[in-house]
Ligand binder design. Structure first.
Ligand SMILES: C[S@@+](CC[C@H](N)C(=O)[O-])C[C@H]1O[C@@H](n2cnc3c(N)ncnc32)[C@H](O)[C@@H]1O
Length: 277
């Protein structure tokens, strides 16, 4: 299976990998497909990953497009926006409605995505340059995606999603350093779990994502946590999917509070959500 994924593709094979609405032209603009229409082994793996992710989030997007005439999709920490541009083509362009707002802190990456969107005529894709927590965004969003947003950028995305009452969220967190740092000073509770630096990093990352899940639930989201299978090149492959079914859940709030009593840490996420309440 892995061996096949490493093979390069000839133009006919590239055609065979395309999802409905997806074009070779877009994959070329992204630098994943050559002028002749083939793909290197690395690019093949990337295309497979993008399409796998698009399939995973398809039920959420079907729901969003069924319920909203002009849905607003957020792609947070877009980077080169491989996923956002593919998402645009597969959903927004194919449906002929909706828009994508991509947020990226690095100006050169934001400009690159703008240039590609211009070249492809993706005129309902807006790239906002700045930090997720600070930029102006539409008040309401219907789907929020954050793939490998560094450290607390995932939390910034979560906060913006909750604030925008995003119907669905899809988070694949990146490195989580903040909670590990906070745990360093904590001697209360079951501190054998984080006494050693290695354990602190692993447990801190795990606790971060548990807190993210509970925080989403406390704000009315039903969540599933699974593995983003097929992302073989990365160990950061936890996928948190959330669907908004209410605005508050007292049980999840109580669970979150109880956990924070046992392990007294206060990451940025919780204060940011509390400030919005
Ligand atoms: C690991 S890359 C992931 C890019 C893309 N989502 C992907 O998976 O290919 C993380 C990106 O997040 C951006 N970033 C980090 N912190 C950010 C923040 N607070 N607001 C906006 N973008 C941020 C970085 O500049 C970088 O482009």
């Amino acid at each position: 299976m892995k061996k096949r994924a490493r093979q390069s593709l000839d133009p006919a094979a590239v055609q065979g990998t395309l999802l409905e609405g997806q074009s070779v032209r877009t994959l070329q603009a992204l630098g994943l497909v050559t002028e002749r229409g083939g793909a290197s082994a690395d690019a093949h793996r990337k295309i497979k990953q993008i399409n796998h992710f698009l399939r995973l989030i398809a039920p959420a997007l079907e729901d969003v497009f069924a319920r909203h005439e002009q849905p607003v999709l957020f792609e947070m920490a877009a980077g080169k926006s491989y996923l956002g541009l593919a998402l645009y083509e597969h959903w927004i362009a194919r449906q002929g409605r909706g828009r994508l707002v991509a947020v990226e802190a690095r100006p050169e990456l934001a400009q690159r995505v703008r240039d590609i969107a211009d070249e492809l005529g993706f005129d309902r894709l807006e790239v906002v340059c700045g930090r997720i927590a600070e930029v102006d965004l539409p008040e309401r969003a219907h789907f929020t995606l954050a793939l490998h947003a560094c450290d607390t950028a995932t939390d910034e995305a979560l906060v913006r999603a909750v604030r925008a009452k995003s119907d669905h969220v899809a988070l694949v967190p990146c490195c989580q350093a903040e909670v590990a740092r906070l745990l360093k000073g904590v001697k209360d509770g079951p501190d054998a779990l984080w006494r050693h630096a290695w354990h602190r990093r692993e447990f801190g990352a795990h606790l971060t994502n548990v807190l993210r899940g509970l925080a989403l639930q406390a704000h009315g989201y039903q969540i599933t946590v699974t593995e983003l299978a097929g992302w073989e090149h990365s160990l950061k492959n936890e996928l948190i999917l959330g669907r908004r079914v209410g605005s508050f859940h007292a049980g999840a709030r109580a669970e979150l509070d109880a956990l924070l009593t046992t392990i007294p840490v206060r990451p940025w996420l919780l204060d940011a959500l509390a400030a919005d309440a």
